[in-house]
Design a binder for this molecule. Structure first.
Ligand code: ZN
Length: 463
């Protein structure tokens, strides 16, 4: 059955250009090889922000600005982990972002993969101990249990330190922040799967294992930047906006090629082709945002929704393209906007590409501050994906050569064509939620269980 596609002529130019250009891979190479991890607070992060701004200007975007903001900075220090009983052994470990400096000796306890059930079975036996949890999610739970939730359950149980263990062999320790935009209340470190298995065997064989952990990280205020640019809409709806965004900061131990840079360059590529072919025909403004400091707290996105609070009523839709140019399917995962399902299914039909549409929400990327403000939002991803680990993500091995040009092109094309439809459709069946409607979802959605645990910790003055 053939479907009518009112955007066919523009689609052909957009897709034709993307699939005959190398520009997206060239931009990825600069971000990864010239600016490295672009970790929050480093000169490389600032240089990357300026590079992105230059791209936006070169592609003809307007109002290109770096929006500066302060945040709780963190600098990695050396970390050492030793078994002191029943044998002496030093293990390789790394601090996790927002780890405080500390010197702790205590008993090891395993919380398995750190699921709610495993923590509640341990009860108050974790108090004063070093709690170890693997990165995997229990298959029967039906949702991803994020590192931060595992850490926060350990803190709430009175643990003295947290040890995060990768579930993947051969990729070393997996990093990821302990808190959002604040120093963590207890130290948290990461070890590779192989050392985690050794610790588990030692516990099973000896019954008791005593560890000594020393961390030397520095928590101090820093500055970061969001890069904002736009293609202005024409006519009477030009005050309304569609936002395409992705963060550009990576974790300090890798290039962050897949997460986030593959998504960041896809946003830049979407900006390039939309500017080239739709600049005269956009009914609404398309705004492009490169967010800073996502990896350690979604800080750039939280900052953006606060400083642009008076514009949020005019944001028709926000599409988060975090890591979108990786291997995952390029679907539209709506953040519980059932009324938008038919709109995006029709759009996906017009795209004539593999673009599954579904509903799911989580609190671990830059769409979340927009979600909390009630703005209609989605991210590019696979709505049918089962909870799974990050693989080489958040490890030293998230590097440029693993990203495929085909995936960058697919993500760029979906981002550009979806933005065009959101900007130009006369009817868009979603309105900004009021805070009560948002609260309802926050209180009940199973995907936001980790966020509810976070609130327990941050709202508890002792936390
Ligand atoms: Zn990311």
């Amino acid at each position: 059955m053939s479907k009518t596609n009112p955007y066919l002529q523009l689609d052909r130019r957009i897709v034709g250009d993307i699939y005959t250009s190398q520009e997206v891979m060239e931009n990825l190479t600069v971000l990864c090889d010239d600016y490295g991890s672009r970790f929050a607070g480093t000169p490389e992060e600032y240089a990357a922000a300026n590079f992105i701004a230059e791209c936006f200007k070169r592609y003809g975007l307007q109002n290109v600005t770096l929006e500066e903001y302060p945040y709780a900075g963190w600098t990695r220090g050396a970390a050492t982990l030793e078994i002191v009983e029943p044998m002496q052994r030093a293990l390789h470990c790394i601090s996790l972002p927002y780890c405080p400096a500390g010197d702790i000796t205590g008993e090891l306890v395993s919380a398995g993969c750190g699921s709610p059930a495993e923590y509640s079975a341990l009860g108050d036996t974790i108090a004063g101990k070093l709690v170890m949890a693997q990165s995997s999610s229990p298959p029967d739970l039906g949702r991803w249990v994020h590192r931060k939730e595992k850490f926060e359950r350990a803190v709430l149980g009175g643990a003295s330190a947290f040890i995060f263990v990768s579930e993947h062999p051969g990729v070393g320790p997996e990093t990821g922040s302990l808190q959002n935009d604040r120093a963590a209340p207890i130290p948290g470190i990461s070890v590779c799967k192989e050392d985690g298995e050794f610790l588990l065997r030692s516990l099973a064989r000896h019954g008791k294992v005593t560890l000594k952990l020393r961390t030397t990280d520095i928590n101090e205020p820093r500055t970061s930047w969001n890069v904002v640019a736009e293609l202005p809409g024409r006519g009477r709806h030009r005050n309304e906006q569609v936002i395409l965004g992705c963060h550009y900061d990576g974790h300090d131990i890798s290039q962050g090629a897949h997460d986030p840079a593959s998504g960041m360059v896809s946003v830049i590529e979407a900006a390039r082709v939309l500017s080239a072919y739709t600049a005269d025909s956009l009914k609404r403004t398309v705004r492009f945002i490169a967010f800073g400091t996502e990896e350690i707290g979604l800080t750039g996105a939280f900052r953006y929704v606060n400083t642009h609070a008076d514009e949020l009523d005019n944001v028709r839709f926000m599409l988060n393209m975090d890591a979108a140019g990786g291997a995952s399917r390029k679907g539209i995962v709506l953040h519980q906007w059932q009324k938008l399902q038919p709109f995006f299914e029709e759009a996906a039909g017009q795209l004539n590409a593999e673009v599954p549409v579904g509903q799911k929400v989580h609190s671990y990327s830059d769409h979340f501050p927009f979600f909390l403000k009630g703005v209609p939002s989605a991210h590019i991803g696979d709505p049918g994906a089962l909870p799974s680990g990050r693989g080489f993500g958040h490890t030293a091995y998230d590097t440029l050569e693993k990203v495929k040009l085909e995936n960058l092109r697919a993500a760029s094309a979906v981002g550009a064509r979806i933005a065009l439809r959101c900007a130009n459709a006369d009817d868009f069946p979603a309105k900004r939620r009021n805070l009560k409607e948002v609260q309802n979802i926050v209180d009940t959605d199973s995907g936001l269980e980790g966020y509810r645990i976070s609130l327990k910790l941050t709202q508890n003055p002792a936390g």
